[in-house]
Design a protein around this ligand. Structure first.
Ligand code: ADP
Length: 404
């Protein structure tokens, strides 16, 4: 009879229960409980083992929950993550990394980094991080997404002083980069726009001070130029304020039903000077009674800008038409002119800030290059859209939609 059998005989069935329980615990069944026996010491041992199993069960559930949380973060985060072993072989890759690195139908885990699109950059960074034990940062454009800029970090995984692998995290910074470029362009454009009238004002003022003030024939011309350039600066600053207000996200709309025909009538009434000067006819073809839900002041600004452009760019003796028609849940308003039209290559960018077909002509006509951009912002603020149909030599029709 061996020792265990002897002990079993000596201690009775309780010992057998403890052995069975220990085996169940060892197999991971922590919900099992050893029945409490009557014998004092063995009862204490059973209770301790049961307590220990309960504690392990709670800890394991917590660890599983943490694992699931990390798994969800790994799966759904917007950053691309790749984990490699010490030899640069991919051990984990999340869906975002699969997408950005062009990994489609096969399992990338087990592949070398160098086998991915953008692999050479990724693997050379991983090698640097694995050999130096220091993180490496760089930017790259993945071949599978040209134009996308990724900011990548490769950090070594160090366990007890030994480098066991590398974590590569790639963040898409295309949007922020574009915004930065737009901001730079905007500052450069504004500076340029301000510089032109300021240079003219300074030139005229210096000429006046140099003696033209006494020149009864030419002096007033310089003073007039100063005044015109100051008006231009004023309009530019005004348009810049309108743009920054519309873009600030703080622009609020005071919506109310606006009868379009009456509004267009009011606005065209204020344009008689320019219409008369260029012998333009203006036809208000909007059907009576057609209304939209809009902020009256902002909608007026939209129509003023479009009508002002139509009058500015139309040929002498031309015709401007304002029309509107319901289109499902929207109303489409169009301003058509018989001017020079816009060549097709300019159409995609025509609503951009400071974009002009003919810079010199726009300036000569007192334009700031911001009118259409303001139109676009204000219409979008209402939940509508803008567009243009135009061809060189065939006039232009600018349109916008607004919810009814
Ligand atoms: P601007 O102050 O220069 O008129 P806008 O933003 O209002 O600025 O217009 C941008 C450019 O679009 C203009 O410079 C002009 O080249 C073109 N454009 C706008 N409206 C018309 C139109 N009705 N006919 C022809 N070209 C136009």
């Amino acid at each position: 009879m061996n020792l265990i059998s002897k002990l079993k005989l000596f201690l009775g069935g309780q010992f057998g229960e403890i052995i069975t329980g220990s085996k169940r615990f060892a197999a991971g069944d922590f919900d099992y409980r050893i029945p409490a026996g009557s014998s004092g010491e063995l009862r204490k041992l059973s209770e301790t083992l049961n307590y220990m199993a309960g504690e392990i069960s709670v800890k394991m559930r917590e660890a599983e929950l943490r694992r699931l949380e990390l798994e969800a973060a790994f799966r759904d985060m917007s950053e691309a993550i790749l984990i490699t072993d010490g030899a640069g072989v991919i051990t984990r890759i999340n869906p975002r990394a699969r997408l950005l690195m062009g990994v489609k139908d096969f399992d990338a885990e087990g592949m070398r980094l160098s086998g991915l699109s953008g692999g050479p950059e990724l693997s050379s960074a991983a090698i640097k991080a694995l050999t130096s034990g220091l993180p490496v940062y760089f930017e790259m454009e993945p071949a599978s997404f040209p134009g996308t800029v990724l900011s990548v970090s490769a950090s070594p995984i160090i366990d007890n002083g030994v480098i066991g692998g590398c974590v590569l995290v790639a963040r898409d910074i295309t949007g922020p980069r574009k915004l930065e470029a737009m901001r730079r362009d905007f500052v450069a454009n504004v500076s340029h726009e301000l510089k032109t009238p300021l240079t003219a004002i300074r030139g005229c003022a210096e000429t006046l001070l140099d003696g033209a003030l006494e020149d009864k024939e030419h002096g007033p011309g310089f003073a007039r130029s100063i005044c015109e350039q100051a008006v231009r600066l004023d309009k530019l600053v005004d348009d810049l304020l309108k743009i920054s207000y519309a873009e600030s996200g703080q622009a609020s709309l005071e919506k109310a039903p606006v009868e379009l025909k009456a509004l267009a009538e009011d606005i065209s009434g204020g344009m008689s000077a320019i219409l008369g000067k260029k012998k333009l006819s203006l036809a208000n073809l909007i059907p009576a009674g057609l209304s939209v839900s809009a902020d009256r002041d902002k909608l007026s600004q939209v129509l003023i800008n479009l009508l002002d452009n139509a009058a500015k760019y139309d040929r002498e003796g031309g015709r401007i038409e304002i029309s509107a028609a319901p289109q499902e849940a929207f109303v489409k308003v169009s301003v058509r002119d018989t001017g020079p039209g816009i060549p097709a290559e300019h159409l995609p960018r025509i609503f951009e800030r400071f974009y002009r077909v003919d810079k010199a002509r726009s300036r000569e006509l007192g334009g700031t290059g911001l009118g259409l951009s303001i139109v676009k912002h204000l219409v979008e603020l209402h939940g509508g859209a803008v567009g243009v149909e135009s061809a060189e030599g065939r006039g232009s029709a600018f349109w916008f939609t607004l919810p009814r």
